[in-house]
Write a protein that binds this ligand. Structure first.
Ligand code: SF4
Ligand code: SF4
Length: 307
């Protein structure tokens, strides 16, 4: 089984992009950038980001004998959208939880590798200490823009990333050397000043992190910047010229439920646990829980009432 065959199977499984890198330690610059981000406290409430530093730098600590890093991507750009006045969910959360969808497909890719070569694999979708965007760049899939998103040339940044580590030695792709247009729009539109062009994101100020990851009450200033973002934020992607050509995904699992598209702020505020479990079954939104979603909705509503 060679690299071409891997990519063919990946395509058949519905992945929109696939690239391969050697499973070496990550380079010093990338390692240092991450350490600096932590030292600056920019991981905010994501305390888990401090764990497993050594593993994060060396994929062989995730899979003994790992030789190759197979990176795949799946488009999540929607075909249909919430009304503009509705409390906004980040596009990635419109459909079924990508962890489930991508892992199942990556397991199938791993099974094909084992069947044809006897080699072992490990699927990682945001579930292991692994630098997905770094590996995507190394595997030639795309480059990291000033908005810190992985951008696939000609396709944009609305893509989920997944990684299959394997003990199979494969011919690697050339790393992607393209850069973003450096127009500065992402910094300008960021509602909360979380983004400085060419720098890392400050999760302490990022609405995406605050509305999804943060547990407990949010600082008062969040009311000034939250706008209509009830779960996540796509502003630094929506403005990016690399996304002008984004095409709506056709993956059945990523299509939004009508109940999500029609949700109003009051629907969320009055939602019962049972309704939440129904609307968001198999959804990434469950990460914030009903309590987190209603906290965000309350902040949006209070700010609207007072202004
Ligand atoms: S908005 Fe402009 S600066 Fe920001 S990532 Fe896109 S091209 Fe780069
Ligand atoms: S997700 Fe929103 S708040 Fe976070 S960096 Fe991007 S634009 Fe700023």
């Amino acid at each position: 089984m060679d690299s071409e065959r891997i990519k063919q199977v990946a395509r058949e499984l519905g992945f929109d992009a696939c690239g391969i890198a050697r499973a070496n330690r990550i380079d010093d610059e990338a390692a240092q950038r991450y350490v600096q981000w932590l030292d600056d406290g920019k991981n905010g409430c994501m305390e888990w980001a401090q764990n497993h530093q050594q593993v994060r730098e060396n994929p062989e600590l995730l899979l003994e004998g790992a030789r190759s890093v197979i990176v795949v991507a799946m488009n999540y750009y929607p075909q249909v959208f919430q009304p503009k006045e509705a409390p906004q969910f980040a596009y990635y959360a419109y459909g079924r939880d990508y962890h489930e969808v991508m892992k199942q497909r990556l397991w199938k890719l791993g099974e094909a590798i084992e069947r044809e070569t006897g080699h072992k694999s490990r699927a990682c979708v945001d579930s292991a200490p692994l630098r997905e965007r770094y590996w995507a760049q190394q595997a030639g899939v795309g480059f990291q823009g000033w908005n810190n998103q992985l951008i696939i040339p000609g396709k944009g940044s609305y893509f989920f990333l997944g990684v299959l580590l394997t003990t199979l030695e494969l011919e690697p792709d050339e790393p992607c050397t393209e850069q973003c247009l450096q127009c500065g729009a992402c910094e300008m539109v960021c509602p909360s000043g979380a983004l400085r062009c060419g720098d890392t994101v400050d999760a302490r100020r990022c609405i995406s992190c605050l509305t999804i990851e943060h547990k407990g009450e949010l600082p008062e200033w969040v009311g000034e910047v939250i706008g209509n973002h009830v779960y996540g934020c796509d502003e630094c992607q929506k403005c990016c010229p690399h996304n002008l050509e984004a095409v709506g995904n056709t993956t059945p699992e990523f299509q939004p439920k009508p109940e999500l598209l029609s949700l109003t702020l009051d629907d969320i505020l009055e939602m019962t646990q049972e309704q939440f479990s129904t609307v968001f079954s198999h959804s990434a939104v469950k990460r914030a829980k009903l309590i987190g979603l209603q906290r965000n909705a309350k902040i949006i509503k209070n700010h609207k009432i007072n202004n």
